[in-house]
Design a protein around this ligand. Structure first.
Ligand code: UDP
Length: 366
């Protein structure tokens, strides 16, 4: 059996590895890019700073199987991500939590709001902003409006080109209001950054005698025979856009090298209300790279346009889900062709979810 995997990101590398080692079959992995690891690709620059080419990637999962799988290919530090947001010039942490109250409000008001929150919600509850807005209490209404406006409205408009209620609620629910003093961005059991980077991790996944990797190779240029196809590219492209294009958001990064050891106190600082960029990444925080200089990346969001930029985010809304379903029906009619990954499934997967999906798919075919 010859297997063709299109795309050398986490999804493709996971399924390739499982087939190679558990089914002992040959796998050819192709990628149109000149590197592996998809949008998780990273590299050390001339100063030795590990740069995440396509924006910050933080590994986090509650899935034991996924964690055990990735841990075979590299070890991780114990980095636990926090995000600072600048709200009215004040640095605080998001998701908006009980501590945030004391950063942005006078103490007496913060205290009152905290008491109200604890009366109305269970401690440790995560409340999506669109749900949090549905309240009768005047103080909590005020708070909901504040958080909506200061954290979500402008950031989401910059990021998605639409208001928070014009996109699937699951998107803003990724960053809920958190009734907790836990200031971390994720609460998962396993969190970290691979010491050697994501590209090294994926390289090790693909390093198997049954796997051959070919970069700079487009699917349409691959003319050899194969028995099974795993396609992690965009599903609409596979079907030559016959029902129309699935929309995506793209982002681009403006990198700046600065002659100072650190620019900001945290790897990610969000600017929900100011500037045209959404956030500034400073990558050296992830692995504590020691260096007199630093590199920052300002992130700008834009619409995806074929041939101009890269696909980053599927846009979850009803119309796009319906369009995706049309492609999915076509896909189901094909034999020995499987779609997976953010683009193949048109789903806003985190890295662990993409790997979990690939592991499940492998179990199905096995
Ligand atoms: N979001 C926001 N303000 C923030 C952070 C996030 O409005 O300061 C919203 C925004 O719509 C964003 C979504 O929450 O796209 C999910 O944020 P997350 O940080 O998970 O996005 P990612 O890191 O995947 O780009």
């Amino acid at each position: 059996m010859i297997n063709l995997v299109v795309g050398a990101g986490f999804s493709g590398a996971t399924v390739a590895r499982k087939i190679a080692e558990e089914l002992n079959e040959k796998v050819v992995v192709i990628d149109s890019k000149n590197h592996i690891a998809g949008n998780a690709y990273d590299y050390r620059d001339k100063n030795g700073i590990m740069i995440h080419k396509y924006g910050s990637h933080i590994f986090h999962t509650n899935n034991d199987e996924v964690w055990q799988f990735v841990s075979r290919f590299g070890s991780f530090n114990t980095y636990m991500h926090k995000v600072i947001a600048v709200i009215d010039g004040i640095e605080t942490t998001i998701p908006f939590n009980l501590r945030t109250l004391y950063d942005v409000f006078p103490e007496s008001l913060a205290q009152r709001l905290e008491n109200k929150l604890l009366q109305h919600f269970e401690y440790n509850k995560k409340v999506p902003i669109l749900e949090f807005q549905k309240q009768d209490d005047a103080d909590l209404k005020f708070l909901a409006q504040y958080v909506y406006e200061k954290v979500f409205l402008h950031y989401t408009t910059k990021q998605w080109g639409v208001k928070p209620d014009e996109i699937d609620g699951a998107v803003t629910a990724r960053v809920p209001v958190y009734i907790s003093c836990d200031e971390r961005y994720f609460q998962d059991k396993y969190q970290g950054i691979p010491f050697e980077g994501y590209a090294s991790l994926v390289h090790n996944m693909l390093d198997h005698p049954n796997i051959e990797v070919r970069l700079n190779t487009k699917f349409e240029d691959f003319k050899e025979e194969y028995d099974r196809l795993f396609y992690t590219g965009s599903i609409d492209e596979f079907f030559a856009y016959k029902f129309g294009e699935l929309p995506y958001r793209s982002v681009h990064f403006k990198l700046e090298e600065l002659d100072m050891p650190y620019y900001q106190s945290n790897s990610s600082v969000n600017y929900p209300c100011n500037y045209d960029f959404t956030r500034i990444h400073e990558y050296k925080h992830f692995l504590n790279d020691i260096c007199d200089k630093t590199v920052i990346a300002k992130e700008y969001s834009e619409a995806f346009e074929r041939g101009k930029n890269e696909r980053y985010y599927p846009i979850p809304n009803e119309a796009n889900a319906a369009l995706y379903q049309q492609y999915l029906s076509e896909a189901k009619a094909l034999k020995n062709v499987y779609f997976l990954g953010r683009l193949g499934d048109y789903k806003y997967y985190d890295m662990d979810k993409a790997i979990a999906r690939a592991l499940e798919l492998f179990k199905d075919i096995k």
